[in-house]
Each structure stands twice: as C-alpha cells, then as structure tokens.
Write a protein that binds this ligand. Structure first.
Ligand SMILES: NC(=O)C1=CN([C@@H]2O[C@H](COP(=O)(O)OP(=O)(O)OC[C@H]3O[C@@H](n4cnc5c(N)ncnc54)[C@H](OP(=O)(O)O)[C@@H]3O)[C@@H](O)[C@H]2O)C=CC1
Ligand SMILES: O=C(CO)COP(=O)(O)O
Length: 346
C-alpha cells in the first residue's frame, strides 16, 4: 500500500501527534516524534509510553522521541504538524529557522485563528517561505486519538492545493485500520474540522443540562447547516459537509466521551466554570477559541449562525446555558427548506 520506510517527523507529542506516529510506524516508517518538553522526550524513549497523553499504549520501536528540532528533521521530506492552532505560528517559525530544503507539511489541527480569521493552511503559508515549502496537505475527519492508537477502524480525508501530494500522503498513512480518502475541497475540509468543535461544545452543554437525544440530534443537524452556510460562503463545496470532514467529524465529536470539546460543554452544562474546566483537562479544547472566530466570521460574511453566536455568550459573557437553549428554541419561525436551499446558493 504505497511508500514504506520513509523518515517522517511529527511535531507535537500530544494525543493526536502520538496516535498518528503509531499509524506511520505500523506502516513501516521511521518516526521522529518531536516535543518541546525534554522530560517527556526522555520518558517516551525510556519507557515506550507517552504517560502524559496516551498512558495505556505501548509505542512501536520505530517511534523515537526528539527534543532537538534540527536533528529531528534531518533527511526528512514530510513533516506532520500536530500542535494546537494557537501554537502553529510559533512552531512553524521555529521550523523555518532550521529547514534547509523544501518539505511537505501535513497539518492535522482543527481551528481558526481568532485574531486573523485565517484557516491553518493560510497561517502556514504566511509563515513559510516558498524556498522551504513544497506543499501543505490537510488530514481531517472523525478520528479520536484514543481509538486510533488502539488500531480501531478509522476513516479520514486528505486534501491539498496539490492533489498529487495529497495522494502521496494518503499512501503514507493508509492501512487496514486507517482508511484515507482524498477530497479536493481544501476550504471545506478545514472549515468542517474547525467548526464542528463549536457544535460539540453545545452538544456537551445540552447533555450536561440533562436534555436528551432529540436535543442533540437538533444541534448536530442545525449545527451542520450553519457550518455549511459559512463554508459555502467562503468557497467550500457544499457536498464536503456530507462527508467525513463534515457530518462525520460532527457526529464523532458531539457523541464521544473522548471529545475534549464535548466534555468541556458537558461540565459547563453541569455548572462548572470554563476556566476551571480547561485547567482540569490540560489539553487542547479548540472550540473555545474557534467560537470567537466564528462569531466574527458570521458578522463579517453576514451568515446566520445562531448556535455559534449564543455559545459565544455562554463562554465569554456568562450567559446561563439553560437560557441559551431557551433563546435558541424561541427564535422567529422559519422554513427548513429555504434554509437548506440557501446553503446551495451562497
Ligand atoms: N486528540 C485527537 O483525537 C485529535 C486532535 N486533533 C487536533 O490536533 C491538534 C492537536 O491536538 P491534540 O494532540 O489532541 O492536543 P493535546 O493537547 O493532546 O497535545 C498538544 C501537544 O502540542 C504541544 N504543544 C502545545 N503548544 C506547543 C508549542 N508552543 N510548541 C510545541 N509544542 C506545543 C503540547 O505540549 P505540552 O502539553 O507539553 O504543552 C502537546 O504535546 C488540535 O488542533 C486538535 O483539534 C485532530 C484529530 C483528532
Ligand atoms: O477532532 C477530533 C475527533 O475527530 C477530536 O475532538 P476533540 O478535540 O473534541 O477531542
């Protein structure tokens, strides 16, 4: 199944970087897992376990952890960027300072930068001169690290402005547990992956308030409608939102106990404070910052995004979650079909 035995560097030894390293190592690649935490590097190499992020998983021998960034990228053509959105510019900046040739970046993060409203591939393009950037490939879809690391069946998509390179990356990752599709819609894949986290926060709140499956199905369905409305306005293909990076990722993130976004929403619905929850989780909860971006984008592009807008008030303006649901339920009456047709004509 495609190329084997390449040297590949993964930047970011969190849960997703570690799980993807396992996929690549299973495929016969030599994986250099870079972390900026020297103790973590030592611990991974000595114990073959990433205690901080995937404590129950024994890592294959082909994964070696690195602290020195320059050494980790020697002789490498493909670099997987697996840090949260807020760290992308900093880590890419460090990478540019040590690169001496062109590489392909596979980015796997799911967010929008609230300060600039940029997608992650746009941020990378801004930070990397052409002299060191061959292509950017995005890998996204319904894929929790906890299940990928157990080799449970998982499907994702890859996309790029350069689809030959996306196909090469498809071959690097594809195996009998990890099925990789291609999709040429870069904007749709990035927007679907980023915005589903907002809806997962809302679904978690609904569950935390004690509401049932009807409410969650409503959030998933109407959440998809607002993701698709914004996505198509930005130039995405509406069909992408019926695919793995759209409804697929929305379902997994709104329904899985593994989801940090769902868990955060759940604790909010039960009355905990956002600040305390984020401290307790100690992991990336991308939907919080992306909600800030979505609110601005809804206003800038004049797109109706009622769930994202009300979630902003819950997260940042102390709105009571129960009042937020009441407000969503008592909005002006509308026609579902008109709304769906609007997505196709944005
Ligand atoms: N977990 C999952 O199942 C999936 C996650 N994703 C996406 O992948 C991205 C990464 O998430 P995930 O791995 O889960 O997050 P985690 O919180 O599990 O890990 C993030 C990792 O990035 C490191 N990091 C943070 N800031 C920096 C920095 N400035 N420089 C270097 N390293 C840094 C963290 O180190 P430290 O903790 O030491 O600060 C940690 O090792 C997110 O965008 C997420 O949405 C996508 C699909 C699945
Ligand atoms: O993107 C993910 C699954 O596809 C991970 O979601 P969380 O960040 O909510 O855990």
């Amino acid at each position: 199944m495609g190329n084997r035995n390449e040297k590949i560097t993964v930047l970011g030894a969190g849960s997703w970087g570690t799980a993807l390293s396992i996929v690549l190592a299973d495929n016969g690649h030599d994986v250099r897992l870079w972390s900026y935490n020297q103790d973590q590097v030592k611990q991974i190499n000595e114990t073959r376990v990433n205690e901080l992020y995937l404590p129950n998983i024994k890592l294959p021998e082909r994964i070696q952890a690195y602290f020195d960034l320059q050494t980790s990228i020697e002789g490498v053509d493909t670099i997987v960027l697996a840090v949260p959105t807020k760290a992308i510019r900093e880590v890419v900046g460090k990478l540019v300072r040590v690169l001496t040739k062109k590489v392909t970046i596979v980015h796997v993060a799911k967010g929008i930068e609230p300060e600039t409203l940029k997608r992650i591939s746009e941020m990378i393009e801004e930070e990397m001169p052409e002299s060191v950037l061959r292509s950017i490939v995005v890998l996204s879809g319904p894929s929790h690290a906890e299940e990928v690391s157990l080799r449970h069946p998982t499907t994702v998509v890859v996309t790029s402005k350069n689809m030959d390179e996306a196909e090469r990356v498809q071959d690097l990752f594809m195996n009998s547990n990890f099925r990789v599709y291609t999709n040429p819609d870069l904007i749709g894949v990035e927007i679907g992956g980023a915005l589903k986290n907002i809806i997962a926060l809302a679904a978690g709140i609904s569950d935390g308030l004690g509401y049932g499956d009807n409410a969650k199905a409503a959030l998933i369905t109407r959440g998809l409608a607002e993701i698709a409305r914004l996505g198509t306005k930005l130039g995405a293909n509406p069909l992408t939102f019926s695919g793995l990076a759209g409804i697929g990722d929305l379902i997994v993130t709104c329904t899985s106990v593994h989801s940090r976004n769902w868990r955060t929403g759940n604790m909010l619905g039960k009355g905990e404070k956002l600040e305390d929850i984020l401290k307790k989780l100690g992991q990336a909860v991308e939907g919080v910052r992306t909600t800030k971006a979505a609110r601005q984008m809804a206003e800038k592009y004049d797109v109706k995004m009622p769930i994202s807008m009300i979630l902003y008030e819950v997260l940042f303006e102390n709105m009571n979650p129960k009042d937020a649901v009441d407000e969503l339920m008592t909005r002006m009456k509308t026609s579902e079909m008109d709304d769906l047709v609007n997505i196709l004509t944005e």
